[in-house]
Design a protein around this ligand. Structure first.
Ligand SMILES: [Zn+2]
Length: 290
């Protein structure tokens, strides 16, 4: 009987210790408290539902198709498969660092959501950061990645001013991280040194949280297609993306003061000075786009 009690006590204390250790581990992980929205571009059912995918949505003061079917490699490997596979790996890696990670679609068999809803998902969560993943269908001779940040788009349904600076930091951190991904290089045909800005993308224009869209590579390029179709390489890419997002999240406090203490002597610019979240709690609800 004594022996049995001792065994029970040992089991109880082991469970208690394990629970405590897990709790301590969870709170000491570097990205605990961060909310990351990963948006895998397109979806597996988009191509079969043109009526839904082609309907127009307000992309930031202008109308644009809800989404597209996405690109494919020359041998038919689809962009939506690539982006979803990378998103799942990225979700796993970021969760291991303590972040809460939400994908904008739960699988690769559905239709949509529209670009506006993809932005709204992150806005509603007051995400600390959001990243859209894509693979370009560019000219066969061009290869490489481009990290695209939002331009200034102010309309009745959008205002990117509050997220511009933070999104630039995010683009810069991701660009540096992607530079170290084996086999990958900054785009040879898009942007400048792997970074660009666009004001025609609804997913960026409608965002109220720091966000970038990444063309991870060019699926139409034979070398890039070899990378995209390799499970091993996709895991390497996810590690690179994780490193860039982690750098950004850990640097939010560092980024904050440098972007909120801009000189306001100029009356022409003082009214448009952008504000950036100075904590990891993301933008206040007031900035959510209606
Ligand atoms: Zn795409």
């Amino acid at each position: 009987m004594l022996k049995r009690c001792a065994l029970v006590l040992t089991l109880v204390s082991t469970v208690l210790f394990a629970t405590q250790a897990a709790h301590l581990g969870a709170t000491s992980l570097p990205l605990t408290g961060a909310i990351v929205v990963i948006d895998p571009g397109h979806n597996g059912g988009n191509g079969a539902d043109p009526a839904f995918i082609d309907h127009l949505v307000n992309a930031g003061g202008f109308w644009k198709a809800c989404d597209t079917a996405g690109a494919t490699t020359n041998s038919g490997y689809p962009e939506h498969v690539f982006t979803f596979a990378v998103a799942k790996l990225l979700q796993r890696d970021l969760r291991a660092l303590g972040a809460r990670v939400v994908l904008t679609r739960p699988n690769d068999r559905g239709v949509g959501p529209c670009i506006t809803e993809r932005a709204a998902i992150a806005n509603r969560l007051h995400a600390t950061v959001a990243v859209s993943l894509h693979g370009d269908g560019g000219p066969p001779y061009g290869r490489g990645f481009e990290v695209i940040g939002p331009g200034l788009v102010v309309s009745s349904v959008s205002n990117t001013a509050p997220i511009l600076q933070a999104s630039r930091h995010l683009a810069s951190d991701l660009r540096r991280a992607l530079d170290h991904v084996r086999g990958l290089e900054p785009s040879t045909y898009l942007g400048v040194a792997g970074i660009g800005t666009r004001d025609d993308l609804g997913g960026l224009n409608r965002s109220a949280v720091p966000k970038v869209l990444i063309e991870c590579l060019n699926l139409r390029n034979a070398s890039d297609a070899l990378l995209a179709t390799s499970p091993t390489w996709r895991a390497t890419l996810a590690q690179g993306l994780t490193a860039g997002i982690e750098t950004f999240l850990l640097g939010l406090h560092r980024h904050g003061p440098s972007t909120t203490t801009q000189p306001t002597e100029s009356t022409t610019t003082s009214t448009t000075t952008t504000t950036v979240p100075t904590t990891t709690t993301s933008l206040p609800p007031e900035t959510t786009i209606p």
